[in-house]
Design a protein around this ligand. Structure first.
Ligand code: 3PY
Ligand code: MG
Length: 255
């Protein structure tokens, strides 16, 4: 398994992208493109757990690290995606330190957490390297909690300090919506939230992450101090490519 936690905690800049089509082909494409990590999205993506398996197989045949966003802060689904071979889990809408504690516990086997153990899982090579996986999993699996409300921003220092929380990840769409300033990512209130989350992560020795929609947003995110950064998604890129092709055809016909 391509673990990435140590690189993330060292605040190495790691480049990611989102896969929301539920497709093993675009997941493979993203991974082969060379992204450090690929996010397979079970919160808003099209795929279900059955579609996740071929996506994980596709990504794990490349150097990229597969990270799964679960639908909710649900230890049952977290256990399933970890057993299927996710090298990290992103949990949406984590608003309080207690909710973050539940995430961290679900990610780890006892005595550090409450994850149930089985040897015959895809994560442990169907048992071929179960002992090694069981030994390393608690230290190597990446835990990403999303900051998507003002309450989560206010609690960011306490959440970041929790053992087992590795990345505070801003969901710009939800955070701006919950702040009452939908998509206003330049608004002082949103910028203040960004600064507070990045500072909380840095002060706790953790990483800060964000999903960007356009290449123009990258330099500011780097300047802000984000190191776990995703740009765009398979769905957005396919849709943008289709629009561009259609516009080129229509424009050529008018010329
Ligand atoms: C959001 O923007 O709300 C997301 O969850 C994506 O990062
Ligand atoms: Mg969100």
């Amino acid at each position: 398994m391509k673990f990435i936690r140590q690189r993330v905690l060292a605040r190495e800049f790691v480049a990611g992208t989102w896969c929301n089509l539920g497709s093993s082909l675009t997941a493979e494409m993203a991974a082969l493109a060379g992204f450090d990590w690929v996010l397979l999205d079970l919160e808003h993506g099209c795929g279900d757990l059955a579609a996740l398996v071929p996506q994980l197989q596709a990504v794990s045949a490349t150097p990229a690290t597969p990270i799964v966003r679960v639908s909710w802060n649900d230890m049952v689904q977290m256990k399933r995606v970890l057993d299927l071979g996710a090298a990290g889990v992103m949990v949406p809408y984590v608003n309080t330190p207690d909710e973050a504690r539940a995430v961290a516990a679900a990610m780890r086997y006892p005595p550090d957490g409450v994850r149930g153990a089985a040897k015959m899982t895809r994560a442990s090579g169907f048992g071929y390297y179960a002992d090694e996986y069981l030994r390393r999993a608690n230290d190597e699996l990446l835990t990403v909690v999303q900051v998507e409300t003002e309450q989560a921003v206010a609690h960011a220092p306490e959440t970041a300090a929790l053992d087992g929380v590795d990345v505070l990840f801003i969901g710009p769409t939800d955070l701006s919506l919950n702040m009452g300033i939908p998509q206003q990512l330049d608004a002082p209130k949103f910028r203040d939230g960004v600064a507070r989350v990045v500072a909380a992560a840095r002060n706790a020795g953790k990483a800060a992450g964000i999903l960007l929609a356009s290449p123009a947003q990258v330099p500011r995110a780097v300047d802000d101090g984000f190191t776990f950064v995703a740009l765009s998604s398979d769905g957005s890129m396919v849709a943008a490519g289709m629009k561009a092709a259609l516009e080129a055809l229509r424009a050529g016909r008018r010329a």
